[in-house]
Design a protein around this ligand. Structure first.
Ligand code: PBG
Length: 324
């Protein structure tokens, strides 16, 4: 059957028809809002390369969460800026660390909010790498021990879910075993399973002060050229016990999202990363694009590609648009 009996425009002519046949809907329930926390009082420091994104001290963080809560955003992803960095990133696993304190503070006021914690060392180490350095290299297996310690202190402080983003081999299995052994078999793991060595993370490294002081992250994060390897990463993380797998970044990797969803049919998150956010913001501020519409189109595309959850700095703005 074809034209003239087939006319696809018939169902495009009016919004009620368009709504009836819409295949993808972004919902506020899909959104995860990243938040940067630091020590101090009454601090709310804007990230120069991420307009509208701030580092919060615990008191201003609570005010921000009031808005997040009122917009019905179900989950946040926490990143911390430690008071002091060292070779081992020890503040990351201190029971008095910034993240551990932030979780306790959040749980006092917003017990329903899902608090997801990033597990990584780059913001906590003097060298800015995601693992422990031995003989000038990131040592995989030594790093695993530290990652487990981080996970345990975060979960003991009240984290609802942990999200390892370091890209060491075997970390999902190691963290799963550590959590299970300490009575936390009910705590899910969202693994940054296919995380690429991307230049789209530039603004985040300003926000989290986590730039590597020598070399780069290509020895542990994935080569942007590869998709077969992404499928292997995902398969391994699922085998090791990941509950949700992630593709990161999102926008330049929609094909990866789509392949992963098709092959595994597993709960899938996509990280709409800092550089993707900043590009839209910059173009919007210059009047080059309609920022809100472009934002919604991007979120919809990430969902259409196959993601169930979207981690995005646009979460609040998107939630507002979705209420309209
Ligand atoms: C930590 C981490 C990074 C991001 C999330 N967790 C940066 C990196 O790997 O250098 C990037 C998030 C973003 O760009 O928004 N390893």
């Amino acid at each position: 059957m074809s034209f003239p009996s087939q006319r696809l425009r018939r169902l495009r002519l009016r919004e009620p028809f368009r709504k009836m046949v819409r295949e993808t809907r972004v919902s506020v329930d899909d959104l995860i809002y990243p938040l940067f926390v630091r020590s101090g009082e009454n601090k709310k420091i804007e990230i120069a390369s991420m307009p509208g994104v701030y580092q919060y001290s615990l008191d201003t963080m609570v005010l921000e969460l009031e808005e997040v809560h009122s917009l019905n955003i179900p989950a946040i992803l926490l990143f911390g800026l430690p008071e002091r960095k060292d070779e081992l990133g020890s503040e990351a696993y201190s029971p008095r660390g910034i993240i551990q304190r932030a979780i306790k503070t959040i749980k006092e006021s917003y017990s329903e909010l899902i608090v997801i914690t990033d597990i990584c060392l780059c913001a906590y180490t003097t060298h800015g790498h995601c693992g422990i350095i031995e003989n000038g290299m990131v040592d995989n297996d030594h790093t695993l021990e530290i990652l487990c310690k981080i996970a345990l202190t975060q979960v003991k402080a009240g984290a609802d879910m942990v999200a390892p983003s370091d890209m060491m081999d075997g970390r999902v299995g190691a963290i799963r075993t550590a959590l299970d052994g300490a009575g936390f078999s009910h705590i899910p793991i969202m693994s940054y399973a296919a995380k690429y060595a991307s230049h789209f993370y530039g603004p985040f490294r300003e926000a989290a002060d986590s730039k590597p002081q020598f070399g780069d992250r290509r020895g542990y994060q994935m080569d942007p050229a590869n998709v077969e390897e992404a499928l292997r990463e995902i398969a391994l993380d699922i085998e090791e016990g990941a509950d949700i797998v992630m593709v990161k970044p999102a926008l330049a990797y929609l094909d990866v999202i789509s392949r992963v969803k098709e092959k595994f049919g597993y709960p899938l998150a996509a990280y709409n990363v800092s550089g993707e956010y900043s590009m839209v913001k910059a173009a919007g501020m210059k009047g080059m694009i309609d920022e809100e519409s472009v934002m919604m189109e991007i979120l919809q595309s990430i969902k259409r590609a196959g993601a169930n959850l979207i981690i995005t700095y646009f979460a609040k703005e998107a939630a507002k648009m979705l209420q309209k």
